[in-house]
Structures are given as structure tokens and as C-alpha cells.
Design a protein around this ligand. Structure first.
Ligand code: CP
Ligand code: NVA
Length: 311
């Protein structure tokens, strides 16, 4: 496969990237992971600076991006939004213009997706979406990489997402559609994925003849699936809805009986953090089918690939 030049490209949504570009991330991640395991340094971004803006908490995204840029020879600046002048009313556009004069890339985790779009519109350096209320593209690219590692292929597999039709489900639909994985999303009524995202993912999936389906019955979604995926029932910023959500999602727990409805060699995935006893039981997340720790590790390798390609 010819190398594409992705320098300067924003990663706001996987939907904006072509299948070839997504595959290039996966190939680069594979190479960087191999080098890292062999103890070979890959200083592809010597001296480059990545700003990391956070208005929401994070364990994996913050630590994996910071370690990723360091391993590539660059360095990270952690920028809490409340410490920036953004918190005192400086516009996103002005912030983007100024940060573009100091940095070589920006990773941002925040609430409103349109804020990330606005930042990217005014930045002259690549902007990477580290999660918004709408999307989580770095997670989804990591997830397809992990599926490839575990299954040895992508096209024709089926992933069942059971739970909230939220940012993680949205990006998974996009990423799976780009590589020919069928996606079934099972949610309680009222928690379905965004219909515009569903129709865009369906259009991408059509190129492969694969399918994106939204349904209500978790058992039906999981039947014959190769991958069973879930996410928290209460995403960051939705804490006030905790009690009603725990009731609405009670029948959507991934436990051993739901796991049994999938293929015998199915794997269990979760973006983490997990709320054990809610969306997943201990025996599933700690069981032999769970790949969640490899999945979390792969955030590092895949984000190194993204940084090395766009910065
Ligand atoms: N999965 C994920 O993005 O984790 P953090 O919220 O810890 O970054
Ligand atoms: N849907 C979750 C994902 C956390 C990585 C949230 O937005 O809180």
C-alpha cells in the first residue's frame, strides 16, 4: 500500500478519513508497537510539542498521549481549560490562532463537539479529538486495531455494541464501517445513537456490503457476534441522570449469559473506565474473553501512529 501524506490533517471524526487513511493508521501502529516491544526507539517527532487541552477528566487519554509524544521524541503540555484564558472568555478561535504559533499539534477533550470543530477551523496545526459528547475517534481507531490483532482480519466480522448510543458507540460505528465490520447497536428506547451518524455510517458500510443496525434487543444484537462491546451507562457530564439511566439500562448489562449468546470465540471490549456491576460484571471483564487491558495499552500505540502521521 502506498504511503499517504497525512501531515497537517485534523482527526475530528473517523468519518472524515478514508478507508486507506484508517488502514495507514493501523499499519503504522502495528509497526510502532513492534518497534516498541523490540526496544527500538522511534524518534519520529524530535522536539515537537503537543498541547493537550482537557475540560473533562481522563486516565487513559491523558497518560497515553503524553507517553506517546515523549516516546516519539517530542513533549506534551497539559492544558487544563480552566487554567487557560479560555476559562475567562478568550475565544476558541483566538486560542487556536495563538497555540498554532507555539505548538505542532493539539489534542483536545471537551464537551461540545462544535468547540473542537471551531478550534480546528482556526488552527494551522493538526487538531486531534480526544473525546467530545459526540465522538471518540482515537478510541475507535484503537478498537479496530485491537480487533485486527485478536481476530487477524476485519472485513466481515460483526461487533455488537450494547448500552448507551453515545460518543463511543458513534465512533465505533464510523470506524467499523470504514473497514467492513458489521455493527449492531442495542440500546434502550430513548438512548439510540444520533440518526445522522447512523445514516452516515450506513453509507460508509455500503461500500463494503457490510451493515450498521440499530435495535432494542441486546440478545438479538449479540447473536453470532465476534465482538461484544460496552461503555458506561453514565457518561461524563450526565451525572445528574444517573438513577434514571441505571434503571433504563438494567437489562443491558454484559454478563456471562449475554456473552454466551455471542460466538464461542467472541471477545469482550470496553473503552474503560468500567463501572463493574453496572454495564459489565466482574466475571466478564476479568474473564478469558476480555481483551480490555490490551485494548487500553493499544491507545498508546495507535495514538503514536496518529501523531507521527499528522504532526
Ligand atoms: N477510554 C478513555 O478515553 O479513557 P479516559 O477517559 O481515562 O481517557
Ligand atoms: N462515554 C464515556 C466514554 C469515556 C471514555 C464518556 O463520555 O464518559
Amino acid at each position: 500500500m502506498a504511503m499517504l501524506n497525512l501531515k497537517g490533517k485534523h482527526l475530528i471524526s473517523v468519518h472524515d478519513w478514508s478507508t486507506e487513511e484508517v488502514l495507514q493508521v493501523l499499519k503504522t501502529a502495528e509497526m510502532l508497537k513492534m518497534c516498541s516491544k523490540a526496544g527500538k526507539e522511534m524518534k519520529l517527532l524530535e522536539g515537537k510539542a503537543l498541547g493537550m487541552i482537557f475540560t473533562k477528566p481522563s486516565t487513559r487519554t491523558r497518560v497515553s498521549f503524553e507517553v506517546a509524544i515523549h516516546q516519539l521524541g517530542g513533549y506534551a503540555l497539559y492544558l487544563s481549560a480552566s487554567d487557560l484564558q479560555l476559562g475567562r472568555g478568550e475565544t476558541i478561535a483566538d486560542t487556536a490562532r495563538v497555540l498554532s504559533r507555539y505548538l505542532d499539534g493539539i489534542m483536545i477533550r471537551t464537551y461540545s463537539h462544535s468547540d473542537v470543530v471551531e478550534l480546528a477551523r482556526h488552527a494551522s496545526i493538526p487538531v486531534i479529538n480526544g473525546l467530545t459528547d459526540l465522538l471518540h475517534p482515537c478510541q475507535a481507531l484503537t478498537d479496530v486495531f485491537t480487533i485486527y490483532e485478536k481476530k487477524g482480519k476485519l472485513e466481515g466480522l460483526t461487533l455488537a455494541f450494547v448500552g448507551d448510543g453515545d460518543n463511543v458507540a458513534h465512533s465505533l460505528m464510523f470506524a467499523c464501517a470504514k473497514v467492513g465490520i458489521n455493527v449492531r447497536v442495542a440500546t434502550p428506547r430513548g438512548y439510540e445513537p444520533d440518526p445522522e451518524i447512523v445514516s452516515a455510517a450506513k453509507a460508509d458500510a455500503r461500500a463494503f456490503g457490510s451493515e450498521v443496525t440499530v435495535l432494542e434487543d441486546p440478545v438479538e444484537a449479540v447473536k453470532g457476534a465476534d465482538v461484544l462491546y460496552t461503555d458506561v451507562w453514565v457518561s461524563m457530564g450526565k451525572e445528574a441522570e444517573k438513577e434514571e439511566r441505571r434503571k433504563a439500562f438494567a437489562a443491558y448489562q454484559v454478563n456471562s449469559s449475554l456473552m454466551e449468546a455471542a460466538k464461542p470465540d467472541a471477545i469482550f471490549m470496553h473503552c474503560l473506565p468500567a463501572h463493574r456491576g453496572d454495564e459489565v460484571t466482574d466475571d466478564v471483564i476479568d474473564g478469558p474473553k476480555s481483551v480490555v487491558w490490551d485494548e487500553a495499552e493499544n491507545r498508546l500505540h495507535v495514538q503514536k501512529a496518529i501523531l507521527a502521521l499528522v504532526m
